[in-house]
Design a protein around this ligand. Sequence first.
Ligand code: KG4
Ligand code: ZN
Length: 341
Amino acid sequence: MLVLGIETSCDETAAAVLEDGRRIRSSVVASQVEVHAPYGGIVPELASRRHLEVIHPVLDRALADAGVGLEDLAALAVTVGPGLVGSLLVGVSVAKAIAFARHLPLVGVNHLEGHIAAAFLEFPALTFPLAALVVSGGHTHLYHVPAECEYRLLGRTRDDAAGEAFDKVARLLGLGYPGGPVIEREAQGGDPRAISFPRAAFSDGSLDFSFSGLKTAVVHSLRDLGRAAPSGAPPLSPQQVRDVCASFQQAAVDMLVERVMRAARDHALGVIVIAGGVACNGVLRQALKAEAEAEGIQLVVPSPALCTDNAAMIAAAGAVRLRRGERAGWDLNAAASLPLC
Ligand code: KG4
Ligand code: ZN
């Protein structure tokens, strides 16, 4: 059974063909990084326009790579939210048009469920219950997943998403967009203990996250180091930049690891899944692996191509929903804020 997945929630136009809910026959991702890089972040109007321009070639390529035509498909799955509404609408409209023209079943997928489903593509033996952390440029959500398609929100960011913090700090340092990969690279030559940045915690024991204080602390330290001083002040030395990156990254990682481990412990969960773009971060993966191993907890992290936005994960989540009998009507619509539970 072949499911065509379509993902256009943010700044990646993606299509994938998935066989029997598990085997990736093709996965095409057209990144818009060069469109948004000059602005240091995503410009929604530019994102939806670019989706319109590339969605058809991306679909053609996904079908060609899989060696199939529309007539071979059994169903379609499309991201309906959360995300940028103009971007989401491109995918939803295309998916509805194909489903209508080809008389195919269609299902709408929550983007966050898609990120979690990515883990099952590479680790089919994964079992519930589990703790799932979705960390990306738009989301920092921690869930207890007791069973298939069941979610309990344990914690979420109260301000910036983790990836957003990486992107903002990179912009402050003039390192470009997206910030995560470049900060990780710079941090490799830096000292994570050079600057003591705050790790936000809530006195009520909440599993929520907060990254805005950390970002402000970076702004202050840059001022102290001279970066934000009036023009004429010497710029940071390359080593100072590396130290800021390493210290910031360590603070962000410490916060994420502390919450996830506490969630697993509090809810007696033996499996942790992390997904989303920030889950590509090697320091986060290593730190969580060490802590999880020490407590006999299994850590599952998809490979980087499945952590960042892609359509194979949407097809995977969609295949589960289709198996359970879910079908979307022609009134299927994009929803910018779409809670998972
Ligand atoms: O999941 P994703 O591709 O798109 C969203 O749904 O947001 O995640 C993109 C985010 C960006 O904020 C990017 O800076 C961050 O993931 N990211 C990373 C790394 N690679 C990507 N953050 C930290 N370390 C990385 N290696
Ligand atoms: Zn995402």
